[in-house]
Design a protein around this ligand. Structure first.
Ligand code: CA2
Length: 151
């Protein structure tokens, strides 16, 4: 008997996250984005999920990927990095996505500069995880696995 395809979780990473591991480890940890991708994909395999893991420095590319996810993904995990605090365009794209959305930040944005305390994404997110480093991505994946299984 054919088994159902694993639900896809789109994991989006915004600008400069490709630089993780090269500086500011006291804020963002020592992991590279490639390390995080590997651990997220390992966990996804255990949870029966397929992860499409992407990074872009371009706001428009992130918007396009979120639009495409309406047809291809069951859930979105997003660390929009600096665009978290500025992007109405990413907010608008996420508003049109019907599945669970988990916002992740490596650092605790509320212990940092006040301009980082506001997120355009939190108002449309199912949940928000910040300050737990790379583990936040794994916690987000556990949360969406639960949501997708119940839907
Ligand atoms: O804590 C997070 O995950 C952030 O989304 C990271 C963003 C920051 O603008 C947000 O306020 C919080 C910055 C990502 C840049 O990361 C770098 C890491 C190492 C070297 C250069 C950039």
């Amino acid at each position: 008997m054919a088994s159902a395809a694993a639900p896809t979780v789109l994991v989006l990473n915004g600008p400069n996250l490709n630089m993780l591991g090269t500086r500011e480890p006291e804020i963002y940890g020592a992991h590279t984005l490639i390390d995080i991708e590997a651990s997220v994909k390992d966990r996804a395999h255990d949870l029966g999920l397929f992860v499409d893991f992407r990074q872009s420095n371009s706001e428009g590319e992130l918007v396009t990927w979120i639009q495409e996810a309406r047809l291809t993904a069951s859930a979105i995990i997003i660390n929009a990095a600096g665009y978290t605090h500025t992007s109405v365009a990413i907010l608008d794209a996420l508003q049109a996505f019907k599945g669970p959305i988990v916002e992740v930040h490596l650092s605790n944005i509320f212990r940092r500069e006040t301009f980082r305390h506001h997120s355009y994404i939190s108002g449309v997110a199912t949940g928000v995880i910040c300050g737990l480093g790379a583990k936040g991505y794994l916690l987000a994946l556990d949360a969406v696995a639960d949501k997708v299984a119940r839907s």
